[in-house]
Ligand binder design. Structure first.
Ligand code: BEZ
Length: 252
């Protein structure tokens, strides 16, 4: 299973917080009326739509047909495209991405495509999972899945880099890094550990039968609910964000 198998509906029920928490990265982008902006991994288009409402011309791309459909229903110019092989050339003032780049393990292919898509001096502004992101959930998945004969490391779909690694990739891709930081952001899981796994950690469930899925979800809920709960019994995951603003060098 890949991200392209996502259901926009399940995502909206269990993970609406992903776009709701995108405000700081939109603020860092500081979109200006009339700008042409590419949203990489636009999902169901909530933030792309916000860029449009601020007077930008926005194009969203996503590898999930369900997400692209949902974004189009919002009136977004959403296209079913792989961010690892972008074919746009010097046509955007800015490239924006929220909570998507960590699904793209070939980071250099994405960065090179973004650089090509930007006009000289264009901005690349993004937030993604960074080093240590959802460590407790990821560790528990890696511990439980071998009981079902699954090599969790081999099917782990995520790339959570640290500042130095991603900054050096950006520089190698022709960007000047204006700001980059790793930001811990404990994040409420409104539908519990099971809801989060079902909506977001789906690739780990793909090799399991229905019965095995229920067993895994129950075991993870039992183990992690006490660890991730606060005093009010609300669950928080240990999200860590990598946020950056980079500018395409005028000569590249
Ligand atoms: C995130 O947006 O931080 C995230 C996405 C997928 C898995 C884990 C975390």
């Amino acid at each position: 299973m890949s991200k392209s198998d996502w259901s926009a509906d399940a995502y909206s029920r269990h993970a609406r917080f992903v776009s709701e928490l995108g405000a700081p990265v939109v603020a860092l982008l500081d979109p200006q009326p009339g700008e042409r902006i590419l949203d990489v991994g636009c999902g169901d288009g909530v933030l792309t739509r916000e860029l449009m409402e601020r007077g930008c011309t926005a194009v969203g791309i996503d590898s999930s047909p369900s997400m692209v459909r949902a974004a189009r229903e919002r009136g977004v110019d959403a296209r079913l495209l792989d961010a690892g092989s972008l074919a746009f050339v010097s046509c955007f003032d800015a490239v924006f991405s929220n909570a998507a780049l960590h699904w793209m393990k070939d980071a250099d292919a994405v960065i090179n495509g973004v650089a090509r898509a930007l006009k000289p001096g264009g901005r690349f502004v993004a937030e993604m999972g960074g080093c240590g992101n959802v460590a407790a959930l990821r560790r528990a998945l890696r511990e439980h899945l071998p009981r079902f004969g699954i090599d969790a490391v081999a099917i782990d779909p995520w790339y959570f880099p640290d500042v130095e690694e991603y900054a050096s990739r950006l520089r190698a891709g022709g960007f000047a890094v204006r700001w980059i930081g790793l930001l811990p952001r404990p994040t409420r899981l409104p539908t519990g550990v099971s809801g989060w796994i079902t909506a977001i950690a789906r690739p780990f469930l793909a090799p399991l039968s229905g019965v095995q899925r229920r067993q895994l979800l129950a075991a993870m809920e039992r183990e992690l609910a006490p660890v991730l709960s606060n005093n009010e019994n609300e669950l928080y995951a240990d999200y860590v964000r990598l946020r950056f603003l980079a500018v395409k060098s005028p000569e590249s």
